[in-house]
Design a protein around this ligand. Structure first.
Ligand code: ADP
Length: 259
């Protein structure tokens, strides 16, 4: 089966360079199924915030007609969450299409990963009180790269750790720096990922097959984007996981000469 898998990966990452590469039927079918599942989930993920938007704006209008200004303002405040959901979805879709076109651009600036990580955790903790994020390790460690994009990597790994750990409240984050590398680890005690699917989760639109995972909404774009950002910073990302026990994602960046 190996050549088939390699084919699928090639097609995923280099759509224009895979011309002439023959995918056999089962690989083609898998890609088709993944795209079908994506479209169905995406419609759902668009519909939910849109419905909320529609309801809240109608409510606000009715309240304005009745001159209940304060109540109208309350209804409009409720619009914030679905708007954010839509914004995130559209941004991820744009990121995926930029990656596909090789047009994702990165700023080059000195980034203190320790400071960035703590900022991300603080923001996350404000919006996700269900889980406790414990941060350990180096306070300061710098790297050349794109601050916002690196923040996106941490945000994504953390939000996955929370999302896929219903009932397992503690998430651990760890930042270590050696002379030649910086390592960030995100560990949860949640659902875990079956061993044979660990490589695939970084593929575009891939979602783990299993009733508990599928019940949690998502489109399989986050880790694809994360892996691309890490790769573009010269780093690598790996995952170790035990079903029912949890997952640990490890990102390692080499310290470059110019950093
Ligand atoms: P999404 O979460 O939107 O589906 P991602 O690309 O972020 O997409 O993740 C791909 C898949 O990997 C998820 O659908 C999920 O099945 C699995 N996954 C990611 N992170 C975790 C985690 N911390 N624990 C368990 N499964 C995970």
């Amino acid at each position: 089966h190996l050549p088939v898998l390699v084919g699928a990966i090639l097609l995923e990452h280099h759509p224009n360079q895979s011309i002439g590469f023959v995918l056999d039927n089962s690989a083609r079918k898998e890609l088709e199924q993944r795209k079908d599942a994506f479209i169905s989930m995406a419609s759902h993920e668009l519909k939910t915030p849109l419905t909320a938007l529609k309801m809240q704006t109608q409510l606000a209008r009715r309240r304005l007609e009745r001159q209940s200004l304060q109540e109208a303002a309350t209804a409009l405040e409720m619009v914030e969450k679905p708007v954010k959901q839509l914004e995130r979805l559209v941004e991820e879709l744009l990121d995926v299409s930029k990656i596909q076109a090789g047009k994702l651009e990165y700023r080059q600036e000195m980034v203190d990963l320790g400071v960035l990580l703590r900022e991300v955790v603080e923001t996350m903790q404000q919006t996700h009180s269900s889980h406790t994020i414990v941060v350990r390790g180096t306070l300061h460690s710098s790297l050349m790269g794109d601050r916002d994009r690196l923040g996106q990597v941490f945000t994504n790994l953390l939000s996955n750790a929370i999302k896929y750990s219903p009932g397992a409240e503690t998430i651990e984050m760890d930042l270590r720096a050696s002379e030649d590398a910086v390592t960030i680890r995100v560990q949860d005690h949640g659902l875990g990922i079956p061993r044979e699917q660990c490589d695939k989760i970084f593929d575009r639109f891939y979602r783990v097959v299993g009733p508990r995972q599928r019940a949690i909404p998502g489109l399989g774009m986050g880790l694809y984007i994360v892996a691309e950002i890490v790769k573009s910073h010269g780093g690598i990302i790996t995952v170790e996981s035990d079903v029912g026990k949890g997952s640990t994602f490890t990102v390692t960046f080499p310290k470059r000469e110019d950093a």
